[in-house]
Every structure is written in C-alpha cells, then in structure tokens.
Design a protein around this ligand. Structure first.
Ligand SMILES: Nc1ncnc2c1ncn2[C@@H]1O[C@H](COP(=O)(O)OP(=O)(O)OP(=O)(O)O)[C@@H](O)[C@H]1O
Length: 633
C-alpha cells in the first residue's frame, strides 16, 4: 500500500499536464488494434523483396535445422542410460562419439542463428527507420507534429530511434525465429507424444498449455498499456536532457540549476511511477512464467504415468531398457511442453511489443493522414493547401488559392484572412489586400505577436490562408528564408555544408568557391572559418553554443548570397548585428538583385525598403510607401 501510494498516485500537476483528449493519446491494449499495428509495421519492414526477407527466412531455416538436430540429441541420454546399465562398452563409446559431433552441429547452428538473426535485426531496422523518416519528412509532417497539432504523437524522435530499435530487436531475435518454427515443432512432438502416451498424454499437455494461455491473456493486457506509458515518459525525460545540452549557456547565465534540477526530477519521477506500475504487473507475470516452466518439467514425468502404469505398455521391458525409455519419453514430453511454453514466454515479449508497436503504427497512421491532403493538393497544383482540413469555413468565406508562375507578381492577396492553423477561432489578420510585385522590397512591422512571422509562414506556404484569394506567382524553389533563430543543422557538418544548406551540393567548382570566398570576406566571417579549422573540417561542437547570434545570422545570410534565390524572406535576420553590418548585408542583396520581404523593428531598416505593411496588432494594417531616405511617402 505504501509503495502504491508513493509511486502510483497521480499528482494534480500530472493530471493537469494530460491536457485535452487527443486522437492518439490513449492507452494501448492487447487486442485487435495490436494486430492492425503489426500489419502496418510489417508492410513497412517487408515493403519489397530484399535482404530483410532473405535473412528472416535464413534464420527460420536455421532454427528448423537446430530443431532437427535437437530431435536426434534427445535420444542420447536414454541410450547412455541403457549402455551404462547394461555395462556395454562399445555402445557407450558409440553414444559418446555420436553426442560429440551432434553437439558440435548443434552449437554451430546456434551460433549461425544468432548471427543470422542479428543481420535480420539490422535489415528490419534499416527498412523501418528509412520508411518512417520518409513519412516524417514528407508533406511537412515533422512540422505538424512538432509545431502545429500532433494529436498526441509525443516524442517522434524517440519513436524513430528507440522504439524502432526495440521492435526490430524483439521481432528479429526473439519472436520471429521461434514463432515461425514453433507450429511445426509442436505438431511433430504432439505426434510423438500421441504414439507413446496416447490421447490422454496429449490432452494433459494441451490442457496445461491452455491454462497458461488463458492466464497470460489477462496478465498481458496491462503490460502493453504500461510499457507504452513508460516509453512516453522515457521520451519526455530524455528530451528534457537534450534541451539542457542544447541550451547549457542560457541555463548557466540564468543560474537556473535548481530550477532545472527540480524539473528533471519531476519528469524522472513521472517515469519512475510508470516504471513502478510496469514492475508491479511484471511480478505476477514473472511468477506465472517461472511456475509454468517448473511445473512443465514435472509434467514430462507425470505424463509417463499413462503408458507405464495405466496402459502397461512397457511391462515386458527390462529395468535397463525401461530407464532408457523413460529418459527418451521424458525428452519428447518436455520438448512438447517446452515448445508450447515457449509461446507463453514469447507472450511477455509480444505483450511488451504491443505498446511500442502501436506507438509506431500511430505515427504511421498520423503521417499517412497528413500526406492525404497534401497529395490531393499537389495533384491540383496547390501544394500550399496543407492545412485545409483544419480550417473552419463556417464563419468565413472559403479560401481560393491559385498558382500563376508566369505572372508579374510574386504574390497577390485579395481580402485574405489568416490565423493559427491549430486554433480556427484565432484570426491574426483580416481583409488583407496586398500585391508583392517582382523586385519587391517589402518591410513588415507591428507589435510583437501581431502576425508578422505568420505572414512569412503564409508566403513560405507552411501555413494556409483562412479565407479570401491568394495567388502565388513564385515557385518555392526560388524563395529562401532566413528565420528569426538561425538554423544550423546538427551532425558534425563542415562550415561549407552549413553554407550550402539546404542543398547537398558541394561547391567545389571555381565559380562557387570564389563567390563563397567573397561572402566570407564581405560578411567578415574569417574568424569563424578559423574556428572551424577551415571550410571542410567536420566540427564537433554545437554551433549555437560556440558562435554568437550575430555570427550565426551572418552565416545564414551568407547562404542567401550563395544560393541567390529570386526572393529572400528575412525574419528579423539582422537584429543581432550592428547597423553598419546590416547596411552591408542589404547592399549585398541589392547588388546581386535579390528581392526581399523583411520583418523587423529597427527604424534603420526602412531605407532598404520601398513599401511598409504596418500591422496594428488587432487584425488591421496600413500600407505606406517608403522613399530612398527611409521616410514615408
Ligand atoms: N505554431 C504555433 N502554434 C500556436 N500559436 C502560434 C504558433 N506560431 C505562432 N503562434 C502565435 O501566433 C501569434 C503570432 O505569431 P507571430 O510569430 O506571427 O508573431 P510576430 O508578429 O512575428 O511577433 P514577434 O515580433 O514577437 O516575433 C503569436 O501570438 C504566437 O504565439
């Protein structure tokens, strides 16, 4: 009771953190949903004829071979008993030699099974991770899960890394080999049992097994549920530590050790509570598993009661022969019981897999749903209608979106309203009528939170408009953003790769190299190159921890100058550099003929723009012209 109170009681804070009910935020069960999730995951693992299938079949064949050898090994003890009781030297040495090479074959096969099942695991994991990552990075699914509405898909990173690892490991090494060969082994030993102990012996064994299955079925239900709960809390706890790693300097400046320590402990306590819950359920499962195994050993002799005492089948045999027969029969019966109990043991693995497997299949279902809208929109040439299904058209006129690449304008908005994609009631801007022509130099200003960056999201087509008519006259390939917080992809990349991001090309040709050298000089990035040991050394530090926001802003600005898009979307892209550097940056943009839409608060920005849209913070706006000296006209 004390332990229950200490670990399981739900605190008010924990209750509050559960939030509103979400589609995928539910407890997992050991039922039909599990079988559905198995079919979803298997389709991804075996999506084509490849090594995964070859290795899986090889493993199963090796397990079959191992069972065949075991069948021959089974008679060795019985023959040894008979040879020793008869004091028969030649029979003894025959059995010894037979045993030696049989064990050699058995051990070799077991080693090969381990090897093949690990290869299977690697191929399973390769297929599943690649399939999930493809889904994650299609149709902005990663953005929706992390920034918009995940419907309860927590910790996607953990699902792709840890959950996949567990599922593939258990499937390839535990479940698949023995699960696939099991029925044949069971059928063979059932026949062997029948031929010596008759229907009574087989019946006793199967009743024993069915009791096991029945008890396991009830014990497994909570295991699936609690495993998924533990996985979720593991993900939250790990993510907390990752965020501390990524923000170590900010924490140090805030001296927030105590706060973060308490927070880490709080998340860890959630995890421990869930682990305790799982452990509580593992107690009866473990007891039942052990008891069942031990009782199975006794049963292999118990069944012999039928042929030896009830049927008197071996009444004419000598003591030595009977000892050998008892040993051989015991092997057959114990093997039948073992093959059946192996299934009940596998049930623990399968039960634990149920929770993790459903976490993965939920991820797949969510991604597939989110791809649906995207594909239709793409087919209509309207790849920006990603969030259509979430937008309310009850109170607003419907949204009309057109793509006109050949037009004179980059964008045309007529009576457009936009707001939060995850809250249809929150409209940020209403009735916006604005044309952004080719060659535009547009400035967006207004109070914090009024919807300036959201407008950049509309231009980048990661958010959709709610109503009105929007015409897009520029392909996304020709637009490049510079976000508020410079994005530096992780993974020991070189400085050159940071510059060439988001493309994977290597700028080795003379022209790109000379452009890059010019950018480094113009943006005064020589010291950054030095700290990175040149352009082509893989760095082992965290970019945000090593470089200042101003340096990072200059690197992301350098990307724009290197890629030379038609239009740059600059979201407070120069707010960490001096006004002199800012002037240099805008002059460089103008020199290479890149149009731009900027978001910013500084007055000094005005002189680089010809039009200003001033949002008022309550859904309205003003559009004014700007003359060369920065004054309104
Ligand atoms: N993914 C999101 N989910 C929910 N709300 C969001 C999301 N992104 C932005 N918002 C909200 O939308 C509103 C407008 O945000 P936006 O980023 O456009 O502001 P902003 O005008 O650029 O402000 P600032 O000048 O402070 O950057 C804010 O209230 C913000 O909290």
């Amino acid at each position: 009771m004390f332990l229950y109170h200490r670990y399981i009681r739900i605190s008010p804070m924990e209750k509050a953190s559960e939030g509103r009910p979400k589609r995928f935020n539910r407890d997992y069960s050991f039922g039909w949903a599990y079988f559905r999730s198995i079919s979803i995951i298997f389709k991804l693992i075996f999506s084509r004829w490849d090594l995964a299938l070859l290795y899986a079949v090889t493993t199963i064949c090796l397990v079959g071979l191992s069972e065949y050898i075991t069948n021959h090994i089974g008679s060795i003890t019985g023959d040894m008993y008979t040879a020793l009781m008869n004091k028969d030297k030649s029979a003894f040495w025959k059995v010894m030699w037979r045993a030696a090479y049989m064990y050699l074959a058995k051990c070799g096969t077991l080693a090969l099974i381990t090897y093949a099942s690990w290869l299977t695991y690697i191929e399973f994991r390769r297929n599943l991770v690649k399939a999930l990552q493809k889904k994650y990075f299609t149709a902005l699914t990663y953005y929706k899960i992390n920034c918009i509405e995940s419907e309860g898909i927590d910790n996607p990173d953990q699902r792709i890394t840890q959950d996949v690892e567990k599922v593939c490991n258990d499937l390839a090494i535990q479940v698949l080999p023995y699960g696939a060969c099991g029925p044949f082994v069971v059928a063979y030993y059932t026949y062997k049992t029948w031929s010596t102990a008759g229907a009574g012996g087989v019946g006793m064994t199967y009743v024993f097994f069915l009791i096991g299955v029945f008890v396991n079925f009830f014990l497994m239900k909570p295991i699936a549920k609690w495993t998924a709960r533990v996985e979720k809390q593991e993900g939250n706890f790990r993510y907390k530590h990752i965020s501390i790693r990524d923000n170590a300097e900010s924490l140090a400046l805030y001296r927030s050790e105590q706060f973060e320590n308490t927070e880490c402990n709080r998340l860890f306590n959630f995890l421990i509570k869930k682990q305790f819950g799982l452990t509580m359920w593992m107690l009866p499962v473990s007891f039942w598993q052990q008891y069942f195994d031990y009782f199975g050993g006794l049963m292999s002799y118990g069944i012999q009661y039928i042929p030896i005492i009830v049927l008197g089948t071996y009444d004419d045999k000598s003591g030595a022969d009977l000892a050998g027969i008892i040993s051989k029969n015991a092997f057959v019966y114990i093997y039948l019981i073992n093959s059946l109990t192996r299934y009940t043991d596998l049930a623990i693995n399968v039960g634990q897999l149920a929770g993790v497997m459903q976490r993965l299949s939920d991820f797949v279902i969510y991604a597939n749903d989110s791809h649906k809208g995207y594909s239709t929109a793409l087919a209509r040439g309207e790849c920006n209608e990603t969030f259509d299904s979430e937008v309310s058209t009850e109170t607003l006129p419907s949204a009309v979106i057109e793509n006109k690449e050949s037009g004179d304008d980059f964008y045309r908005f007529e009576n457009v309203a936009y707001g939060l994609p995850n809250d249809k009631n929150r409209v940020l801007i209403r009735d916006l009528t604005l044309t952004i022509p080719r060659g535009a130099r547009l400035l967006l200003t207004g109070p914090s939170g009024c919807g300036k960056s959201s407008f950049i999201r509309i231009l980048s087509r990661i958010w959709n408009i709610q109503s009105g008519r929007a015409t897009f006259g520029i392909n996304l390939e020709n637009v490049m953003p510079v976000p508020q917080r410079p994005y530096m992809p992780a993974g020991n990349l070189t400085l050159r790769q940071q510059f060439t991001f988001p493309r994977h090309f290597e700028c080795t040709d003379q022209l790109s190299q000379s452009i890059l050298d010019g950018i480094i000089k113009d943006l005064e990035l020589e010291s950054v190159v030095q700290q990175c040991n040149g352009l082509d050394s893989a760095v082992d530090f965290e970019w945000h921890e090593r470089f200042t926001p101003g340096e990072l802003q200059r690197i992301s600005f350098g990307r724009v100058l290197l890629h030379r898009p038609t239009l740059a979307l600059l979201d407070e892209a120069t707010n960490s550099v001096t006004e002199q550097v800012e002037e240099k940056m805008y002059t460089l943009l103008q020199d290479v003929g890149i149009s731009y839409v900027s978001v910013g608060h500084r007055m000094s920005l005005r002189k680089f723009h010809d039009t200003e849209v001033m949002f008022d913070g309550s859904g309205g706006f003003d559009i004014v012209g700007i003359s060369d000296d920065g004054s309104s006209c």
